[in-house]
Design a protein around this ligand. Structure first.
Ligand code: ZN
Length: 147
């Protein structure tokens, strides 16, 4: 089970669940912590004010649009990188990639490997030099399950 550290419930959940008249019915919409209903309100959706604010900030219109823009760019990058793998190309010119809509500043992770930086876009890793994308390859499932 997962508890939100910010939650006032965290310290007392063991005591409260021991009481027979209090039931855990739902989970916090933000962090997934169990919500304890039954004292006054029965429609709680969040374990704490912090989680309520986080949820609403994350789902506000400007954030939603920003998030969608980033996800679309990641999808576009993934599609272009998948194309490089499918075509069994060793590399793709950065100018060509960017003309196809590749965003070099959007990625899911980056790791310094010697003098290069290795980037990932979900399950594809690649490197970027001054003028090309290279070492583009699928990440094996065993690596992904370790994340
Ligand atoms: Zn929470």
């Amino acid at each position: 089970m997962f508890f939100c550290i910010d939650s006032p419930i965290f310290a007392t959940v063991a005591n409260l669940t021991a009481m027979k008249n209090i039931k855990i019915l739902e989970k916090c919409k933000e962090c997934g912590a169990p919500l304890i209903q039954g004292r006054g309100r029965t429609d709680r959706k969040f374990c704490s004010v912090t989680c309520k604010n986080r949820y609403h900030n994350r789902n506000s219109e400007p954030f939603r649009e920003y998030r969608q823009r980033i996800l679309r760019r990641l999808d576009r990058n993934h599609s272009i990188l998948s194309g490089v793998i499918r075509a069994e190309r060793a590399a793709l010119g950065l100018t060509e990639a960017m003309a196809m809509g590749f965003s070099p500043t959007i990625y899911t992770s980056s790791t310094k490997k010697g003098k290069h930086v290795e980037y990932t876009c979900f399950d594809i890793r690649y490197r970027i030099s001054e003028n090309r994308l290279w070492a583009v390859e699928k990440i094996t499932l065993s690596f992904l399950s370790g994340l």
